[in-house]
Design a protein. Structure first.
Length: 370
């Protein structure tokens, strides 16, 4: 771990910004694909993110080749169970924000969550992701007992995604058996972060990512693309930050405006730019698990498939049972599976096989932990 929040340098003065194809050649030549590879500069990443169509094709091909070479063709399927949509935070972009009074709030009981996880396990999933808003109404001890029971009885990897919590709580959940933790940094721009997540700071979030690493979790982070006020330079900083954090997993998805939030009128993040950020992340983090996010498929019916072709190697289907599922509306369109999307593990296996991408049969731990 190289430490968090290192200020990303803007590169040497007067330095020429290389052409995208030069950067690709350079990345290949210097073996960024290997652990020892050099991190591209912010300017180099910006050049890749603003390249013309022909260079974008080259970028996607390079990302696909790096993915194939380092993590292979298999795709990891992870079942998400969204067990509570209560949240004390008030993020400007999110439908679960506490000021959204139009949302029906629910909290699944540990038995309901366990039953949903058992369904996932029976279908073939080897990882269960338990996700919620920041919900102090869910006692840590109860969550810890549930994690222990899942590990004990279902033989699954357990990922938690339950927000910013005190270090002792992370420790208790880790001791209970949680394998991984997902905490997206959302944006590497500290001012934008503070504006969009009132009362919280980027530095505070990065500190939690460090704790999670210290406690032995496999760590996932990630960011949104196309947030109002976000620049291409800050997207480059997102990628560099992911590399500095040495995350095992990075979720990159487009911002999608929710009508019951202060950002209702903002335009959605562009799919192309999101794919560009994903592809660059694959070049910079060759062995990471990178999901083809749900938000990509909400933006475009082929979003997920396109992501799988430019660096992604994970899909996280939603296994939250009804009647709860429809109420986990972080952004519109999320809770209804896109038309034609596979609805079961078996259907996913078939669809992915059709893309030449077999489903991985292991737990899908991070590099070196399988
Ligand atoms: N559009 C896209 N992604 C969003 N998230 C929250 N709100 C939105 C939105 N409007 C993502 C954030 C958060 C995760 C729970 O969902 O990245 O970490
Ligand atoms: Fe809560 Fe997370 Fe939504 Fe913020 S993004 S309001 S912390 S659920």
């Amino acid at each position: 771990m190289r430490g968090p929040a290192k200020k990303v340098s803007a590169g040497a003065e007067g330095r020429r910004v290389p052409e995208p194809d030069e950067i690709l050649a350079l990345l290949r030549a210097e073996g960024t694909q290997a652990e020892a590879g050099r991190v591209p500069t912010r300017e180099e990443i910006v050049a890749l993110l603003t390249a013309g169509d022909a260079d974008t094709d080259a970028l996607y091909r390079a990302a696909d080749a790096v993915r194939a070479g380092h993590v292979g063709d298999t795709v990891h399927l992870r079942a998400i169970i969204e067990f509570s949509n209560h949240c004390v935070q008030n993020c400007l972009y999110c439908g679960l924000r506490r000021n959204n009074r139009r949302l029906f709030r629910y909290r699944m009981s540990p038995d309901e969550i366990f039953a949903a996880a058992a369904v996932a396990r029976d279908q073939g999933y080897r990882t269960v992701v338990l996700q919620s808003g920041e919900d102090p109404g869910y006692p840590t001890s109860e969550l810890a007992r549930l994690v222990h029971r899942l590990k004990d009885q279902l033989d699954v990897a357990v990922t938690l995604s339950v927000g910013e919590l005190p270090r002792v709580v992370y420790r208790e959940l880790r001791t209970a058996g949680a394998d991984r933790y997902l905490l997206k940094h959302e944006t590497a721009d500290p001012a934008l972060f503070a504006r969009l997540r009132p009362g919280t700071t980027l530095a505070g979030r990065l500190e939690k990512l460090v704790w999670l690493r210290e406690l032995g979790y496999q760590v996932g982070s990630g960011n949104m693309v196309g947030l109002p006020g976000q620049t291409v330079e800050s997207l480059a900083a997102d990628v560099i930050l992911l590399r500095e954090l040495e995350v095992e997993m990075a979720g990159i998805g487009p911002f999608i405006p929710h009508p019951d939030t202060p950002l209702a009128g903002a335009p959605p993040g562009p799919l192309e730019l999101t794919l560009d950020v994903l592809a660059v992340t694959r070049l910079v983090l060759p062995r990471a698990h990178l999901p083809a996010t749900t938000a990509m498929s909400v933006l475009h019916p082929e979003g997920r498939q396109r992501a799988l072709a430019c660096g992604a190697n994970v899909v996280m289907p939603d296994l939250t049972p009804e009647p709860y599922r429809r109420h986990y509306e972080i952004y519109p369109g999320r809770t209804a599976a896109p038309v034609g999307a596979p609805r079961s593990f078996a259907a996913w296996r078939e669809t992915l096989a059709g893309l030449g991408r077999p489903v991985d049969s292991g737990y899908g731990h991070g590099p070196g932990r399988n």
